[in-house]
Design a protein around this ligand. Structure first.
Ligand code: SAM
Length: 502
């Protein structure tokens, strides 16, 4: 029994742990710079205060705290089990710059604890807005109005209309059928899923009609029950129009800037020329977003807002972007020149980007240096597009100046995450490694975190069998790892070194 405090949100099953680079201040700042909005670059700010709303079990918040020892990170969630788990991870990693608060966002803004919160530079609410009721959304707006500083960034993700209209029947059937079964929400979700699948097999028009809904139905089979419960069993789930979210957030003087998934800031890459013509008839960003959402299948928005957006001239924007330093987060051989977007795929000019990738393989470079690396005869390049192609595809990451030793606190955190994954016997799970050079997490599999964390502890690249033996006791896990270690060391070591992880 969990009582009735959830306001219709699922509270009897903990959510999964996850790290999402779209929540990182570096992605939000790149989005702002690309859209010509002046922000203090987080990679130059040693004292940033980051607030995560609905932080769940704290993985994202802990990765950011571990990657930025000078920052203060605060996470809020109303599930005591999630908050306890988050605090345990922070304690295991010895993080002293993070606080988790157990509170209901519907009322937290009006509490003495909120009044005592230091002014915030960045707020992120991932996986919350369209899954909670009006009172919680209003509480989030009051909190941003009261605690986010002028010029601060706000990130919100939500299920978006019209793409999610096809999911209305799916969610309703799954939840209603599930609710009729006695038991925990994850079991209810599985029971609801079975009814959805039976209706799909029986060719129910509203569950098979569109490609979107067919994809969603296919996904039901592949995701864990806890995900299904948090995705579909909430009473207040309601997909939103972009303009309605913007109207609500205007209550905190927040102005829409663009998209944390950087590719979505480049309209040419998402719309056909005919669609673009209609889009360009409007100056109003709300109308433009409506046209884009009508043309493409964007089921989840990752929107970036600023509390008082200060617009830059194009030269200033390009100069700021030109100073951004990037490090290659993949190997030159694996670098993909094909971009995946909501509307399909696009290929970027290899002639333009290959010299940049080659320069990055030698070490971190500023975007201005990368553009220059193409040689004097190359045509002019747009620094925003370079940021999108390299960092927006997660094949490069923003890095701070300096090539110093990996930070001991980030390493201790990676080791704590690795040990947790060994205990959970979940080495295939998605994970992330902290890096003080990057100031954000590097997404990877848990087995890679384990290997990198132990490499750091040994301080060199030792024999793969000895490394596997140092990581886990004799048994099936060690055998599984031994096969992986040599391959991962060969493929990833240079990447981890460039990112300052080892
Ligand atoms: C879908 S989960 C997302 C968790 C995390 N942000 C992530 O993306 O992995 C939503 C989170 O919001 C929290 N939440 C929902 N309603 C809330 C409320 N009224 N106050 C505080 N937290 C809430 C839930 O407990 C849950 O951890």
């Amino acid at each position: 029994m969990t009582g009735n405090w959830g306001g219709g949100y699922v509270t009897d099953v903990p959510y999964l742990t996850g790290y999402f680079i779209s929540q990182s201040p570096q992605m939000l700042a790149l989005c702002c710079l690309i859209n010509g909005v002046a922000v203090d670059p987080p990679w130059e700010n040693p004292r940033l205060h980051y607030l995560e709303l609905g932080c769940g079990r704290g993985m994202n918040a802990c990765v950011l705290a571990a990657s930025n020892p000078g920052w203060q990170v605060t996470g809020i969630d109303f599930m005591p089990g999630a908050v306890a788990d988050a605090r345990r991870l922070a304690a295991e990693a010895g993080l002293e710059n993070i606080t988790f608060i157990e509170a209901d966002l519907a009322s937290f803004a009006d509490s003495p604890a909120a009044a005592a919160l230091a002014e915030v530079d960045v707020i992120s609410a991932h996986g919350v807005w369209s899954w909670v009721g009006d009172a919680v959304r209003a509480g989030i707006v009051r909190l941003a109005a009261a605690r986010l500083r002028a010029g601060g960034m706000f990130h919100v993700s939500y299920n978006a209309l019209p793409a999610q209209q096809d999911a209305l029947a799916l969610q309703r059937v799954l939840r209603e059928a599930g609710r009729r079964v006695v038991g925990r929400s994850d079991r209810q979700a599985m029971a609801g899923r079975e009814v959805v699948q039976a209706l799909v097999a029986a060719k129910a028009t509203n569950l098979i009609g569109s490609e979107t809904v067919r994809e969603m139905v296919g996904r039901l089979e592949r995701v864990p029950a806890a995900y299904l419960a948090h995705e579909y069993m909430n009473a207040a789930w309601r997909p939103c129009w972009h303009a309605d979210v913007a109207a609500d957030l205007a209550g905190a003087k927040l102005e829409f800037v663009g998209h944390a998934r950087l590719v979505e800031n480049f309209v040419d890459m998402m719309l056909t020329p005919e669609q673009r013509e209609v889009h360009d008839r409007f100056d109003d960003p709300m109308m433009r977003e409506l046209v884009i959402d009508t043309c493409i299948n964007r089921t989840l928005h990752h929107d970036v807002y600023v509390r008082g957006a200060s617009r830059m001239a194009a030269e200033e924007r390009d100069a700021m972007l030109g100073r951004v330093r990037l490090a290659l987060a993949t190997t030159p051989e694996e670098f993909s020149y094909v971009l995946t977007m909501p509307a399909g795929e696009a290929t970027v000019s290899e002639a333009s980007y290959r010299p940049m990738v080659a320069a990055l393989a030698e070490g971190p470079r500023s975007i201005a240096e990368l553009i220059a690396a193409r040689g004097p005869a190359a045509p002019p390049a747009n620094p925003g597009e370079v940021a999108m192609v390299l960092a927006g595809t997660y094949q490069a990451m923003v890095v701070r100046d300096g090539n110093g030793e990996p930070d001991a606190r980030a390493h201790r955190f990676n080791l704590a995450v690795a040990r947790r994954m060994v205990r959970l016997d979940d080495l295939n799970a998605t994970s992330a490694m902290a890096s003080a050079r990057v100031g954000a997490g590097f997404a990877c599999r848990a087995a890679e975190t384990l290997i990198a964390a132990h490499l750091g502890a040994l301080g060199a690249a030792p024999d793969p069998a000895a490394l596997a033996a140092s990581m886990v006791p004799e048994g099936p896990q060690r055998q599984e790892l031994a096969g992986l270690v040599a391959k991962v060391l060969h493929d990833r070591l240079a990447v981890w070194q460039r990112l300052g992880i080892v």
